[in-house]
Design a protein around this ligand. Structure first.
Ligand SMILES: Nc1ncnc2c1ncn2[C@@H]1O[C@H](COP(=O)(O)OP(=O)(O)OP(=O)(O)O)[C@@H](O)[C@H]1O
Ligand SMILES: [Mg+2]
Length: 308
């Protein structure tokens, strides 16, 4: 299947000489939710801005549904909705006017019914006559979302959509994103809330210092996440692992005081019960134990650190 967004060999060096992106290659599948993760300054917003035609790439080609974003700018852009990271909108306009005006910018005929549904869905209907400046931060962000959706785009970029948004609204937004996906909209989002990516995304991309260092299905990342460790502090240090324990994935610390058992948390039989029985049979007592699961967050931090 043809990707809905295709990024080929894209690099970006800003006017001051700073290289924000290096040779990015990425294909976004139609109808997926793709989460782009990375530390501050990694290049996420730069990449999104390039795809949306706000920043020019130094090298490379980007297409949206087959349209080159440089040569076929208007057609490519009309397919895309963008909720930018920075809130920028006309403070003195009303919500209703702003969102309807946005739709008009894309040459779409007015459709008050559609805009009403949109504002109701975003819990902004009661505020439709309010000036933007009279809204709270979270409401302003919702206005940005309404603007981004005003022209019924097939591809939606959400750059930090839930930064500064309360827990309940974040849940609502997740639900809305899922609904959009059910309608066939492709969604690309950036977030610093790793659990958001964990909850929402079909695929995850990690960008660090301008390089795309990983693109993977969430499910296969969850496999890595499924690894767990059990640590046992022994009552009395041992010199070596008894042969009877050879069948377990065990590691003995250098000082002989700690055993670390690695297992697959998603597996029904983790082997913990067997291990504890075997330890008992060997006369090995322990005085403490902890179990630890590597979260997506740890995998992420680890990845970024290792590449640094
Ligand atoms: N207009 C610009 N001119 C020069 N450098 C820029 C410009 N915009 C961004 N940069 C630099 O490019 C790098 C990437 O910035 P970008 O905004 O893409 O990061 P980001 O991954 O979105 O970070 P954050 O998580 O903080 O939003 C940063 O070092 C930033 O300082
Ligand atoms: Mg950013």
């Amino acid at each position: 299947m043809q990707p809905v967004i295709s990024v080929t060999n894209v690099s970006k060096t800003y006017a001051g000489g700073f290289t924000a992106l290096r040779d990015i290659n990425l294909e976004i599948r139609k109808g997926e939710i793709f989460a782009l993760l990375g530390p501050n300054g990694a290049g996420k917003t730069t990449l999104i801005s390039i795809v949306c035609g706000i920043v020019n790439p130094s090298t490379g080609i980007v297409t949206a549904d087959g349209f080159d974003i440089a040569r076929d700018y208007r057609r490519a852009r009309s397919l895309i909705g963008l909720v930018p990271q920075e809130l920028a909108t006309d403070a003195f306009e009303s919500v209703w006017a702003t969102v309807n005006f946005s739709r008009g910018l894309f040459g779409k005929a007015p459709d008050p019914g559609y805009i009403e549904r949109l504002l109701r869905q975003l819990s902004l209907w009661d505020k439709r006559h309010s000036k933007i400046m009279a809204l709270s931060g979270g409401m302003k962000r919702r206005v940005m979302i309404a603007k981004a959706l005003s022209h019924e785009p097939r591809i939606l970029f959400l750059d930090e959509p839930t930064a500064g948004v309360d827990v309940e609204l974040r849940r609502d937004m997740w639900e809305m994103v899922r609904e959009l996906r059910r309608d066939g909209v492709t969604i690309i989002l950036t977030t610093h809330y790793i659990e958001e990516a964990e909850e929402m995304a079909d695929r995850i991309g990690v960008i660090n210092r301008g390089e795309l260092i990983l693109v993977d299905d969430k499910a296969s990342l969850m496999d890595k996440l499924g690894r767990k460790q059990l640590r046992l502090q022994l009552q009395t240090p041992i010199e070596r692992l008894p042969d009877a324990l050879a069948s377990f994935q065990l590691e003995l610390s250098d000082d002989g005081q700690q055993l670390t058992y690695s297992f697959d948390a998603q597996h029904d039989n983790t082997g913990i019960a067997d291990l504890l029985r075997s330890l008992d049979a060997q006369g090995l007592d322990f005085r403490d134990l902890q179990s630890k699961q590597s979260s997506l967050e740890e995998i992420f931090v680890d990845l970024v650190r290792r590449k640094a």
